[in-house]
Design a protein around this ligand. Structure first.
Ligand code: ZN
Length: 143
């Protein structure tokens, strides 16, 4: 719930930023344009170029939001760390190459496949149990 709430908050901030920029663009290019005059055509082309840049900025910012969200812990929202390469490119049937990320507080592991043979594979989030309970259980079995 916290994970999706954080994404919703980022989307709301994204929409607010885009709305502010759109208002600035609307103020800079007053309507309507009379395209029969050459100076108005230049203004129209400038407006189209600014709107093209605005669209690219909006899509880029959305991509950045989703990319950031993908590499966050589902429990504590911290950035996942310690990427480690698993599997092998030479033995893709026995262990396909992937990159594993882990939460610094041990909440879970994200496995991102590096090999996309049959379309885009979604990353696999595997939550961990309490790491201290696992360590205690491990130390009790050794005694
Ligand atoms: Zn975490």
């Amino acid at each position: 719930m916290k994970y999706w709430g954080y994404l919703a908050a980022k989307v709301i901030v994204w929409l607010a930023i885009l709305g502010a920029i759109e208002r600035m663009i609307a103020r800079a290019f007053p309507q309507p344009l009379n395209l029969s005059r050459p100076s108005e055509v230049t203004t129209y082309l400038n407006y189209e170029f600014v709107m093209l840049l605005f669209g690219l900025f909006a899509v880029g910012l959305a991509w950045l939001i989703l990319w950031d969200q993908r590499y966050r812990c589902r429990t504590c929202l911290r950035r996942l760390r310690m990427p480690i390469q698993m599997g092998s490119w030479n033995h893709i049937l026995l262990g396909a190459p992937r990159t594993d990320y882990i939460c610094p507080y041990g909440h879970g592991t994200l496995q991102v496949p590096d090999l996309q043979i049959h379309g885009h594979d979604q990353p696999d989030w595997q939550p961990h149990d309490d790491i201290w309970k696992e360590l205690e259980a491990l130390s009790e079995t050794k005694e």
